[in-house]
Ligand binder design. Structure first.
Ligand SMILES: [Zn+2]
Length: 281
């Protein structure tokens, strides 16, 4: 009987040991699972924090091309398409065509070139229509941004931010003005002259131009245009005095050298009207 009791006691001890061992194993497993769970949680939190930092850094980065609040590209040159001409200018634009209004962008205005139409006693409107008709006649390539008539009327033919075909090598960075005149001398009427001064003042203010930036077609190519002011250089200086733009001596030399080889070039230059408008008289 004692043996039997002893056997039962040992069995009970063995079961208790087995139970404790299993309990210990279960606790260890539970601890491992908890550790893995915590590690995973920490990893997820770190990953989420990193993602938030990267996304917000991209949003605030100014150089990022795709960023929604990246600043606008700065406007090239000094000639945005927002400049409006004064109300004393009649806007009567030429149709876009390769002979008088090529539609080429004029991004930077560095000067104004003054011309005479070369065909006495024609009106600003007649000269404007001559430019427009070049689209059909293909006679030559010619135009100017502005035409000033014998009565001082000012017609705009080409938008300020496009090339006109008037001033040869300076088409790319100047505004061109053609002036009508009553006779072969090329002298302007008082009305034409006054409108020219007013227009030059406005252009100098608008584009921050200096006295030296106002030039004759003659100063670009050596062409006798505008004839009166090539024949009478002292009157040209008086005209510049009347405009009153500030002088910048740095621009006086070398900037606008005369290119004699271009003298007789009719295409895409001024003075093209000589003889061509005779039928209008
Ligand atoms: Zn000219």
């Amino acid at each position: 009987m004692d043996d039997y009791k002893e056997e039962l006691r040992r069995q009970s001890e063995r079961e208790e040991i087995r139970y404790r061992r299993e309990l210990a194993i279960r606790r260890r497993k539970a601890r491992t699972r908890r550790t893995i769970f915590l590690a995973a949680l920490v990893f997820i939190l770190i990953a989420a924090a990193a993602a938030i930092i990267i996304v917000s850094a991209r949003r605030t980065s100014p150089g990022e091309p795709d960023a929604p609040d990246s600043p606008e590209e700065p406007e090239a040159g000094n000639n945005p398409d927002t400049i409006a001409v004064p109300d004393w200018v009649t806007v009567d634009l030429l149709p876009v065509n390769e002979y008088s209004r090529p539609g080429t962008a004029l991004e930077q205005v560095n000067g104004v070139v003054v011309h005479y139409v070369g065909n006495p006693n024609t009106t600003a409107k007649q000269n404007r229509n001559y430019f427009a008709n070049l689209a059909q006649t293909h006679e030559t390539s010619a135009s100017s941004h502005f035409l000033i008539g014998l009565d001082g009327e000012v017609i705009q033919c080409v938008p300020l931010n496009e090339w006109s075909y008037c001033s040869n090598s300076r088409n790319a960075d100047t505004i061109a003005i053609e002036c009508c005149h009553p006779d072969e001398s090329g002298e302007f009427t008082k009305e034409t002259y006054d409108s020219l001064i007013k227009l030059l003042k406005w252009l100098c203010d608008t584009y921050s131009l200096d006295r030296e930036d106002i030039i004759r077609h003659y100063d670009v190519t050596g062409k006798i245009c505008p004839k009166w002011y090539v024949d009478h250089p002292e009157d040209w200086e008086a005209l510049l005095d009347d405009v009153g733009a500030p002088s910048n001596p740095d621009k006086a030399d070398g900037a606008d050298t005369v290119e004699d080889e271009d003298k007789d070039e009719g295409d895409r230059s001024g003075g093209f009207l000589s003889g061509l408008l005779d039928g209008l008289k």
